[in-house]
Write a protein that binds this ligand. Structure first.
Ligand code: ADP
Ligand code: ZN
Length: 560
C-alpha cells in the first residue's frame, strides 16, 4: 500500500517524497480511517486527501467529495488536478444550469475521482439524493472537509453552513472523513471534533512553526510613517500585504505608499468586484506589489513570494494573527511579520467585543483571546515560543530535522496550550530574540496608576479615560483636572518621573493581563477589576519592555 501511495505521489504529482506527516495521514485514510489534520498553511494538506481519493478510486471505491468554502481555491485545485490527468470537477455557484447538470451526470456515471463542492451545495436535498445513489452502489469513497475551523464559532471564520455537514457522518456512516485546517487553538480544535462528530478520528498535528518568518511587534507611534520606513529600509521592491482595520484607512495608507513611489494597491469589500479582481490579479502576477487590505483579502491566495505581512492595526486574536502573518514566505525564504500596536488598538478591539450583539459567554471567550494576543504583543521574551505555546506546542530549537511532531496527543492534546511554554527558549528569529528589549520594573508605576483610578472613582463617582488618569499622575494642570478638582488627590503628580510612553506601556500591560479593563459603554473609561488587587497590594510584579525603536542592525540580514 505504501508503495502505491508513493507511486501516486511520484507519477501524478511529480514529487519524490512525502513531507512531514503526509505519508501517515494518507495511509490512515486510504485504509478507511477518519482523520483530523492540523497543519500550517503551505504544509501540504491537499495531498492528504487527493492521494487517498485517487488510491481508493483505483481500488474501485468510487468518488471523493471535497468540501471547500473558497471558490477561487476550488478552481485552482481542480485545474491543477486535471492537468495532472486526474478526473476532477467542482460544483458551485459559478456554474450555470447546464454545466451543473453535466457535472452531475458524470458524477453518477462514476467518471469523477474528486468532486469539489461548496458546503451549502453539499447539504442540499438534490445533492444528497445523488450521494445516496452513489452510496447505494458503494461508490462514495471519501469526504474531505477543508478549512474545518469554519465549523467553529470560536474560529476566525465561522460559516454556519459547516454545521450542517454532520449529515455526512449520519447518513454515510461507513465513508471515511478527513477534516483539515491550518488554524486551531485548543478550543477551536475541540469544537471541530464535537461539531463534526470526529471523536473517533485520529489526530495529526504538525508543527505550526514557520521558521523563516521573523516576528516583530513594535509600539505604534505614527503607523503610516513607521510602515514607510519599514518598507523602504527592509523591503524595497518586495511583494507584501499590509493589513488595516477600516476601508478608509486602507485607502489612505495605499495612497501614502503610492505617493512614496511604492507599487501599492488597495483591497477591501467596499471596492467593486471587478476592481478587487484586477488588484488581486496584479498582486499575484506582477512583481513587488504591496496590497493594502482589510482582512477581506488573503484567504486562499497562494502567492509564494510574499516577503512581508504588516499589521497597522491589531487583529482580533492570535489565530487571526497567525493566519494573516502565515501568508508571508510560503516559499520558505526569509520573510517578515511586522506589527505596530498601541493602547488605542486595545481599546478598539475591546469596544468591538463589548458592542457586538453576541451573548456573554461568547464575549468572555473573545476577551480571553484578545488578552492572549495582548500578552504576545507585550511580551519581552521570544515571540515564537509564545505563539507556538498558544497552539499547544513546545518550541524546541532547530531539532526540526527529526520532522514535526505527529498525532498521539489525544483529541484534546492542545489543552496543553495554557501551560507556560518552555521558559527561556529562544528562536533567534524574532525581534525579542535578536534585540532583547530592556525590561524595567513597572510595579510601582502600575500601583500608582491603579490607585489613582481608585481615588478618582471614589472622589467623583465616575471613571475616566487613560489620558486624564495619566495627566493626574504626572501632575499636569489641565482644564479637566481643574474642573473636577483632581489636583487635590493624594496621587496628583506622584508619577511625574514617568514618561507618558512608560505609563501607556504600563496601562497596556495591565489591560493585557486583566488587571484593568476598558469600559467601552462608558467612553472607554478605565475600570478596576478583580485582578487589580494583587497589583495594588504589591503581590504581583509588572515587568515591562522598554520601548525600543526598530534597530537599524536588522538591515544586515538583507545584505544592505
Ligand atoms: P496547504 O493546503 O497545507 O496550505 P498545499 O497543499 O497547498 O498546502 O501545499 C503547499 C505547497 O507544497 C504546494 O505547492 C504543494 O504542491 C507543495 N507540496 C505539498 N506536498 C509536497 C511534497 N510531498 N513534496 C513537494 N512539494 C509538496
Ligand atoms: Zn524568538
Amino acid at each position: 500500500m505504501t508503495s502505491q501511495n508513493s507511486a501516486i505521489l511520484r507519477e501524478v504529482f511529480g514529487y519524490e517524497a512525502f513531507r512531514g506527516p503526509q505519508q501517515a495521514i494518507v495511509e490512515h485514510v486510504v485504509a478507511g480511517g477518519d482523520a483530523l489534520v492540523l497543519m500550517p498553511t503551505g504544509g501540504g494538506k491537499s495531498l492528504c486527501y487527493q492521494i487517498p481519493a485517487i488510491a481508493r478510486q483505483r481500488a474501485g471505491r468510487g468518488i471523493a467529495v471535497v468540501v471547500s468554502p473558497l471558490i477561487a481555491l476550488m478552481h485552482d485545485q481542480v485545474g491543477a488536478l486535471r492537468e495532472a490527468g486526474v478526473a476532477a470537477a467542482f460544483l458551485n455557484s459559478t456554474l450555470d444550469w447546464e454545466q451543473t447538470q453535466d457535472v452531475e451526470r458524470r458524477l453518477l456515471r462514476g467518471e469523477i475521482t474528486l468532486l469539489y463542492a461548496a458546503p451549502e451545495r453539499v447539504t442540499t436535498p438534490r445533492f444528497l439524493s445523488q450521494l445516496d445513489a452513489l452510496h447505494a452502489r458503494g461508490q462514495l469513497s471519501l469526504f474531505a472537509i477543508d478549512e474545518a475551523h469554519c465549523v467553529s464559532q470560536w474560529g476566525h471564520d465561522f460559516r454556519p453552513e459547516y454545521r450542517a455537514l454532520t449529515v455526512l457522518h449520519e447518513r454515510y456512516a461507513g465513508v471515511p472523513r478527513i477534516a483539515l485546517t491550518a488554524t486551531a487553538d485548543a478550543l477551536t480544535r475541540a469544537d471541530i471534533i464535537e461539531r463534526l462528530q470526529l471523536e473517533e478520528a485520529r489526530l495529526f498535528i504538525s508543527s505550526f512553526d514557520r521558521p523563516n518568518i521573523r516576528y516583530s511587534i513594535v509600539e505604534k507611534k505614527d503607523a503610516t510613517t513607521q510602515l514607510l520606513r519599514f518598507i523602504e529600509g527592509e523591503h524595497e521592491g518586495d511583494a507584501g500585504v499590509v493589513y488595516c482595520q477600516s476601508r478608509k484607512r486602507v485607502e489612505d495608507v495605499a495612497q501614502t505608499l503610492q505617493d512614496a513611489g511604492i507599487n501599492a494597491l488597495p483591497y477591501h469589500a467596499g471596492l467593486n468586484a471587478a476592481l478587487r479582481q484586477t488588484h488581486q490579479d496584479r498582486f499575484l502576477r506582477e512583481e513587488g506589489v504591496v496590497m493594502v487590505a482589510t482582512i477581506a483579502f488573503g484567504m486562499g491566495i497562494d502567492k509564494p513570494d510574499v516577503r512581508f505581512v504588516a499589521h497597522l492595526d491589531m487583529p482580533k486574536n492570535i489565530e487571526g494573527y497567525y493566519q494573516e502573518t502565515g501568508r508571508a514566505g510560503r516559499d520558505g525564504l526569509p520573510a517578515d511579520a511586522w506589527m505596530v500596536y498601541g493602547l488605542q488598538d486595545v481599546v478598539n478591539q475591546a469596544r468591538m467585543i463589548d458592542e457586538s450583539p453576541a451573548g456573554d459567554d461568547f464575549k468572555r471567550v473573545m476577551r480571553g483571546k484578545l488578552d492572549a494576543l495582548l500578552s504576545l504583543a507585550e511580551a519581552s521574551d521570544c515571540r515564537r515560543v509564545r505563539l507556538l505555546g498558544y497552539f499547544g506546542e513546545t518550541y524546541e530549537r532547530a531539532s526540526s530535522d527529526a520532522g514535526p511532531p505527529q498525532g498521539g496527543h489525544g483529541p484534546l492534546g492542545g489543552q496543553r496550550g495554557h501551560e507556560v511554554p518552555s521558559v527561556g527558549a529562544t528562536c533567534g528569529n524574532c525581534d525579542n530574540c535578536l534585540n532583547p528589549p530592556e525590561v524595567w520594573d513597572g510595579t510601582d508605576a502600575a500601583r500608582k496608576l491603579l490607585s489613582t483610578i481608585y481615588r478618582v472613582q471614589q472622589m467623583s463617582g465616575i471613571s475616566f479615560g487613560a489620558g486624564h488618569i495619566m495627566d493626574i499622575l504626572r501632575g499636569k494642570t489641565t482644564e479637566k483636572i481643574t474642573q473636577f478638582g483632581h489636583a487635590s488627590l493624594s496621587t496628583f503628580g506622584i508619577g511625574a518621573g514617568f514618561s507618558e510612553t512608560q505609563l501607556r506601556g504600563v496601562l497596556r500591560q495591565l489591560i493585557a493581563t486583566g488587571a484593568l479593563s476598558v469600559d467601552a459603554q462608558a467612553f472607554n473609561t478605565l475600570q478596576l477589576t478583580e485582578g487589580s488587587r494583587a497589583v495594588l497590594r504589591g503581590e504581583q510584579n509588572v515587568q515591562l519592555r522598554e520601548s525600543v525603536t526598530t534597530p537599524a542592525a536588522r538591515k544586515s540580514r538583507r545584505g544592505g
